[in-house]
Design a protein around this ligand. Structure first.
Ligand code: ARG
Ligand code: ZN
Ligand code: CA
Length: 268
């Protein structure tokens, strides 16, 4: 796809203290990061490893805070809600409010806006257990009220309450990748070094053994993927924010294919 699609975003700031009530500027900094990362404008690309940056893709997805609420009234696209819940979790419970308390008024969170019209992002205290988490497009059929992305306030945006090494907004880039159906680049097998069979269902990302952390030096070879090795600068790895800066064409195509089947109503 060569035309751009802009996805309307609503940010639910669910705060238990003043620090968690992140500023409008911090929220806008996250939107700006998404627009750089999804449009292949990441500042690291010109200086990156040539072999991989040559594969960096413009996904043609753009993001903007919603300008109309579900009733068509003007909005900033930002909802602020104080909560008595000190920190939120995410569980496998069969009860929605236990599984995803931040997503419901009745469990101390804030109800989603219709997920066929908005990307819902909740910003809250996940108390260091998780940087963020996302629902997948396949979940829309059964759990539309839980569709979207949840972000810890210490890694949302690129200013204010963010803390290194997750201070450049790449956690939301990664989570929205999941929300658009991308899997982790290593295929989610966890045994190193001999689990090279799992893959991310994208053909132009190299098979790699397990996730990478920090900032590996190039090349980091695993699963006989030399000479270039793991694509550890991919947004769907686990490297530090400063060291991840691309999606591939294959990932763009996978996101696009899912978008037009499950999420097409967001484009109109
Ligand atoms: N742990 C999270 C997940 O699997 C996100 C990791 C994001 N990494 C980063 N450098 N911001 O969805
Ligand atoms: Zn992930
Ligand atoms: Ca692959």
């Amino acid at each position: 796809r060569s035309t751009n699609v802009t996805i309307p975003v609503v940010v639910h700031v669910v705060y238990n203290n003043a620090a968690q009530n992140v500023s409008d500027a911090q929220i806008q900094s996250q939107i700006d990061v998404l627009n750089r990362d999804y449009r292949r404008l990441s500042t690291e690309i010109p200086g990156g490893h040539a072999v991989f940056t040559g594969m960096a893709s413009d996904t043609h997805f753009q993001f903007a805070l919603a300008r109309r609420d579900p009733n068509c009234n003007p909005t900033t696209g930002i909802i602020r809600k104080s909560t008595t819940t000190a920190s939120f979790t995410h569980t496998n419970s069969s009860v929605a409010t236990v599984r995803n308390p931040v997503k419901f008024n009745s469990s101390g969170g804030d109800d989603a806006w219709p997920s066929d019209r908005y990307l819902n992002i909740w910003v809250c205290n996940l108390s260091g257990t998780l940087l963020g988490y996302a629902s997948f497009p396949a979940d829309m059929a059964t759990r539309p009220l839980e569709d979207g992305v949840v972000m810890d306030f210490t890694c949302f945006g690129s200013t204010g309450t963010v803390a290194a090494p997750y201070n450049l907004g790449r956690t939301a880039t990664h989570e929205i990748g999941h929300w658009l159906n991308l899997r982790h680049i290593w295929g989610d097998d966890t045994g190193d070094p001999d689990e090279c069979s799992a893959d991310d269902a994208v053909t132009d990302t190299p098979v790699q053994a397990i996730e990478n952390y920090g900032c590996p030096s190039f090349p980091h070879v695993s699963c006989s993927n030399g000479p270039n090795g793991d694509m550890f600068m991919n947004f769907m790895d686990y490297t530090d924010d400063a060291c991840m800066y691309l999606f591939t064409n294959g990932q763009s195509e996978r996101m696009d294919a899912t978008f037009w089947t499950t999420r097409a109503s967001l484009a109109s």
